[in-house]
Design a protein around this ligand. Sequence first.
Ligand code: ZN
Length: 195
Amino acid sequence: MTAEGHLLFALATAVAAKRYDLTPILSAADWWHLIPACLLTSLLPDIDHPKSLLGRRLRFISVPISRIFGHRGFTHSLIAVFFGVLLLVNKLPSDLFIPKDVIQGMVLGYLSHILADMLTPAGVPLLWPCRWRFRLPILPSSKYPQPERYFCIVLLTFAVLIPESMTRQWVAVGTQQMNQTWQQWAPLFSRLTHQ
Ligand SMILES: [Zn+2]
């Protein structure tokens, strides 16, 4: 996905996360904290590509990462998210205070990049160093940026326009369906596990 696509996707993710209460902190987040934090990290995983927007500006970091891990390797995995969070929470100087909504916004931006890349044919190695590629290729590769641009704009429009009450209703219906399905299957599971 292109840098423009990632920025639009991250913006849509941030709006949706706050409006639809993804976490209590994101729900109460300050827009001026959340949006910049989310956009800031939404391009970070592509530091592993020296020709990416960030890679061109930070070649001294980008080139070695690209040589060691290759493009869409470690930086596009859950282990990178884990180390990033660990670093943010534990290793920053104690006098440097970062609000919780900024931290969650940064994690959200990074995750939005990985999720967006999953929608392209190349997919991402979520469980790196395992080589499995996780993908749901509903978008073409970044050689054809037009479809992803429209897709991200539609996503952003939905995130801004769909009323919170409607998504709460969808979540409630989804939860009810899951409960019903579980109640139907639970006896079978318990029989299988007790044999
Ligand atoms: Zn990427």
